[in-house]
Design a binder for this molecule. Structure first.
Ligand SMILES: Cc1ncc(COP(=O)(O)O)c(C=O)c1O
Length: 458
């Protein structure tokens, strides 16, 4: 079994810490010039725990497209999550970590033939479809696949609507496709939907589950053994976002329409797991003062930072994210009008056209929270600017448990040397933590441990 890449570096911390403290400690040496992320492994674990607590019936299959950072997917694999993969490369990433193919859904309703052949070769047989052409293709390349029909049901408001591209109409197209699948001798096992990424409406899940119920009936009438409901993604992921309301809607819709526990329920959350775990640090490397002329726009400062819309901030263009910086050095100065630009020579490379920040000097750092979703996998080094690296940070107590979990292993994750000034623990690179106060670790960790072991043994 492969382990996470060797170059991934994990910083193990003692006691409380914040991304800002870690960033400050990294940039204080004055050597760091490139942008970087601080990734909070504990946030991922806490969110997994919260998900299982609030929706015990719904198994999360993390949507790899959202952020394919090895440490994130490895941690989720260790906790017992499944994975939503959209391509051959994503399936390869997940199965090569040792995740069994049964924990993968190939959730792209329009798949390339070679990708279907690859899925078949590695044993990933659960896949979505929403058209006749896809059924015929699957019949040709993987007739033994277990199929999930994707229906359309859009949230009234979503950051990134998906229904414009995928999902058949549950009433006018779904039943006919289910019959066609039966005629072709294909097995349809379930129904899926995606209400839109960053959905701003919770009630949509109730509508979609009700539509799925009707499709279960149509599938059974066509001779299929319908046993899987996939409630897709769309769950909020930013700091402080709350899963309670949407979990309540989903749980009661399941109780109403799918009381039979023999129906397996999965979901494909992406940003829920990724967004809040990543904080981006960028440096101001240049600035320009624009003096407003009479009748012209007001004077303002243009700040040039070392990451832009071709890098992490592609999320401003593609994911319609509302990004907000905070200066690393807190101060009470007046907020002044400014704009924030990426490093490339392209005029499109504008991160914030109109912002308000205290006066910043060249060399100062800006901190951007909630940057883990739909940023890293899309970023390109256009114009020769390096992409941010990821510096993962984990609490010592959590680390002592995580490193025991499959497929994480102490040997697979390199650890940074201790940084005494902000409470990093003594960790040596063979993974054998020097735990000085073992008794308190054991007692504090007792409750968490039960959860992790239970998750990991799934
Ligand atoms: C098929 C599918 N599943 C899941 C997701 C993840 O969605 P979210 O990040 O909104 O949870 C996406 C996102 O585009 C998707 O296309």
């Amino acid at each position: 079994m492969k382990v996470v890449e060797e170059e991934q570096r994990v910083r193990v911390m003692d006691g409380p810490w914040s991304p800002e403290e870690v960033i400050r400690e990294i940039v204080d040496g004055g050597v760091q010039e490139d942008p970087f992320y601080v990734m909070d492994l504990g946030e991922v674990v806490a969110r997994y725990h919260q998900w299982r607590e609030l929706m015990p019936r719904v198994e999360p299959f993390y949507a790899v497209k959202c952020n394919d950072d090895k440490l994130l997917v490895t941690t989720l694999a260790a906790l017992g999550a499944g994975f939503d993969c959209a391509s051959k490369a994503e399936i390869e990433l997940i199965t090569s970590m040792g995740v069994p193919p049964e924990r993968v859904i190939f959730a792209n309703p329009a798949k390339m033939a070679s990708h279907i052949r690859y899925a078949s070769a590695v044993g990933v047989d659960l896949m979505t479809f929403d058209s006749e052409t896809e059924l015929i293709k699957i019949k040709h390349y993987m007739p033994h696949a277990r199929l999930v029909i994707r229906i359309r049901c859009d949230a009234a408001d979503a950051q990134c609507p998906l229904g414009i591209k995928f999902g058949c109409d549950a009433v006018s197209e779904g039943p006919r496709l289910l019959k066609l699948a039966a005629v072709l001798g294909l097995d349809v096992v379930g129904v899926s939907f995606h209400v839109g990424s960053g959905a701003g409406e919770c009630a949509v899940y109730a509508r979609a589950v009700a539509l799925s119920r009707a499709l279960f009936a149509a599938g059974a009438a066509a001779g299929h053994r319908m046993a899987l409901l996939d409630v897709g993604g769309g769950f909020a992921g930013g700091t402080g976002s709350d899963l309670h309301e949407v979990a309540g809607v989903i749980n009661s819709a399941l109780e109403q329409h799918f009381p039979d526990r023999s129906v397996r329920v999965i979901a494909e959350p992406g940003r829920y797991f990724a967004a809040a775990a990543y904080t981006l640090a960028t440096m101001v490397h240049a600035k320009r003062e624009l003096l407003g002329k009479e009748g012209d726009e007001e004077s303002h400062t243009m700040y040039f930072i070392n990451d832009g819309v071709y890098g992490s901030f592609n999320c401003v263009l593609y994911d319609h994210q509302n990004v907000r910086p905070r200066p690393l050095q807190a101060r009470s100065d007046n907020l002044l009008p400014c704009s924030v630009w990426g490093p490339s020579c392209d005029g499109l490379d504008c991160v914030l056209p109109a912002a308000s920040l205290p006066a910043l000097a060249v060399g100062e750092w800006l901190v951007w929270r909630d940057m883990g979703a739909y940023t890293i996998p899309v970023a390109s080094p256009f114009n020769g600017f390096p992409l941010p690296t990821v510096k993962a940070v984990v609490d010592r107590r959590l680390w002592s448990m995580l490193r025991e979990l499959w497929p994480l292993s102490a040997a697979g994750l390199a650890c940074e040397p201790p940084r005494s000034d902000i409470g990093a623990t003594d960790v040596v690179s063979d993974g054998s933590d020097v735990v000085s106060d073992a008794s308190d670790v054991v007692s504090d960790a007792h409750q968490l441990c039960a959860v992790f072991v239970e998750c990991a043994l799934k």
